[in-house]
Unconditional design. Structure first.
Length: 90
């Protein structure tokens, strides 16, 4: 899918939806993309190790930081809904 980066301030980019296995492999400090409320792609920083559960291997929570004061946690429902993205071409 083709989305604007930061409402077109950084141009456009080609993205695909992140899989659950890719979300489990994220590390602290890594920068990833997510779909903002306006439908554009925004970059966030992973703010810790993704949390996984032994009893439910499909359950994942990815802590993230956006800007100076905003924090979020993306869970399995967000990942399956296509909120987290991987940039295909730069």
């Amino acid at each position: 899918m083709k989305l604007q980066k930061y409402a077109g301030k950084e141009g456009t980019g080609e993205f695909r939806v992140m899989t659950l296995d890719e979300a489990k492999q994220l590390t602290y400090g890594q920068h990833i993309w997510f779909v903002g409320l306006k439908g554009d792609a925004r970059r966030i920083k992973v703010n810790g190790a993704p949390k996984t559960w032994k009893r439910d291997t499909n359950r994942v929570e990815v802590p993230a930081k956006y800007g100076m004061y905003e924090y979020a946690t993306f869970d399995t429902a967000d990942i399956l809904a296509g909120r987290l993205l991987v940039e295909v071409s730069q």
